[in-house]
Design a binder for this molecule. Structure first.
Ligand code: GDP
Ligand code: IMO
Ligand code: MG
Length: 420
């Protein structure tokens, strides 16, 4: 059996959800391993759009068991909302969704701390999703976090919550001058949700290994390489390892279980939130690409910043994630352009002003015709093929999938990824 790691090569929103959905036709398991409901993964099937935040993108397939690994931080309220949304679409999660009992839980105080901290940073804020992701990972590392497993024993949970929420409320009131949050309100809101989902909570490692005996597994990365806490554009990053290393710590599986690493790369680059973005377009063209690409955050509804494909980052990402092949998404968004640039290098980034030295680009001719919905490589316009070839040459990595629209069937597959 063969397993695939899918990882965003830039700052997230590369179209990971769509590619997971396409590949999950031939998989038995789909596993999330880091992040939380800061992610927004969009699937479009038969004209129906579903945005998943916490639940793996394999959930829409009957043949797939969806698993949330220990590296994911769980908001029980967000999980409930997402499950209700799936139920309203008649998508069953019975025997199809399993969540690691070692997942850390996002508390309402984490959300309040995230928002208060961002406010205190003023102009130098990170631009987080405000979902409490950072403070929850902080508590995990500080060994005062609350895990799903703690919900089995309410007395013990209460004791642990007193300790951690005392600390949170101290910070909220004394440091940030915000209102405290009551322990009882947290217990009251979270424990009934846990009761509803507890049949889905277990030790997921044996399950992953068992599924893998029968069929292929997809490991679904969230965010992107440049948002990695260690390797990204720190401090303008998220609080987890979004790269290959996050998969290992966030599931407990061995690196030998990763047979193919697939980098999901948008045909241009976007970023939502603050922080450096060397190839950003600050002009009308950036706004036009955002419009053509529908570049609005799937989680927060914020406008995404747009720019040219950043090859320096792609190459770093290939190295960090041991990427074997690239799934190039949103090629169709560039259909209207006369000229397309690829950023091939720059010097230092100033982390105060976000300015960069010595930006270098190569220029290619656009194809000026529609690629929407093309499913055969040979039907692509010649200049689109040259653009893809340039990416392959500059990255020394094959482009193995090309996405030509948001829908499941708008895809060119050049390789059977699982046949590796
Ligand atoms: P993710 O976070 O990496 O899963 O990506 P998002 O779902 O946040 O953002 C990708 C957006 O682009 C979604 O609205 C997708 O429906 C859409 N999308 C994905 N692939 C394509 C494509 O090839 N062409 C176009 N036009 N849209 C796409
Ligand atoms: P998907 O999986 C794009 C960004 C936020 C912010 C930074 C830190 O859909 O690609 P956080 O709330 O995580 O502490 O915010 O990370 N960010 C994302 N940007 N796509 C995402 O997920 C993101 N998840 C977090 O905008 O800049
Ligand atoms: Mg997204």
């Amino acid at each position: 059996m063969s397993n695939v790691l899918l990882v965003g090569t830039h700052w997230g929103d590369e179209g990971k959800g769509k590619i997971v959905d396409v590949l999950s036709e031939n998989a038995s398991g789909c596993v999330r391993f880091q992040g939380g409901h800061n992610a927004g993964h969009t699937l479009v099937i038969n004209g129906v759009k579903t945005i998943l935040h916490l639940i793996p993108s394999g959930i829409l397939r009957d043949n797939v068991t969806s698993i949330i690994g220990n590296g994911v931080v769980i908001s029980l309220e967000a999980l409930e909302t997402e499950l209700n949304d799936l139920a309203s679409k008649n998508i069953s999660i019975k025997n199809k969704l399993f969540i690691s009992e070692a997942c850390h839980v996002i508390l309402p105080t984490h959300v309040a701390l995230d928002i208060a901290h961002e406010k205190s940073l003023g102009k130098s804020s990170i631009g987080t999703t405000g979902r409490g992701i950072g403070p929850t990972y902080e508590d995990k590392v500080a060994r005062r976090g609350i895990r799903l497993i703690d919900f089995y024993n309410i007395d013990n949970l209460r004791k642990k919550l007193i300790k951690s929420m005392d600390y949170h409320n101290f910070l909220l009131t004394k440091y940030y001058k915000e209102s405290p949050i009551s322990l009882e309100s947290v217990l009251e809101s979270l424990t009934p949700i846990f009761e509803n989902i507890k049949d889905h909570v277990c030790d997921v490692i044996p399950l992953i290994l068992d599924l893998n005996k029968k069929s292929n597994i997809i490991f679904e990365g969230a965010q992107g390489t440049m948002l990695d806490i260690d390797h990204g554009t720190y401090p303008y990053v998220t609080s987890s390892n979004t790269t290959l290393s996050g998969l290992i710590s966030g599931t407990g599986i061995g690196v030998d279980k990763v047979n193919y690493s697939l980098g999901i790369t948008k045909a241009y680059t976007t970023r939502v939130g603050h922080g450096p973005f060397p190839s950003e377009l600050h002009d009308q063209l950036g706004l036009d690409i955002a419009k053509w690409g529908g570049e609005v955050g799937a989680t927060t509804g914020r406008a995404r910043r747009c720019g040219w494909l950043d090859m320096k980052i792609l190459n770093k990402s290939i190295e960090l994630n041991r990427i074997n092949g690239i799934a190039l998404t949103k090629l169709d968004v560039l259909d209207n352009l006369d000229l397309i640039k690829i950023c091939i290098g720059y010097g230092d980034i100033d982390y105060d002003t976000f300015e960069v030295d010595g930006l270098e680009y190569i220029e290619l001719k656009g194809w000026k015709s529609s690629t929407v919905g093309i499913t055969n490589y040979k039907d692509l316009p010649e200049n689109a093929k040259l653009y893809i070839k340039a990416i392959e040459e500059l990255s020394k990595t094959p482009v193995v999938m090309i996405s030509t629209g948001p829908a499941r069937n708008e895809i060119i597959c050049l390789k059977d990824i699982f046949a590796t």
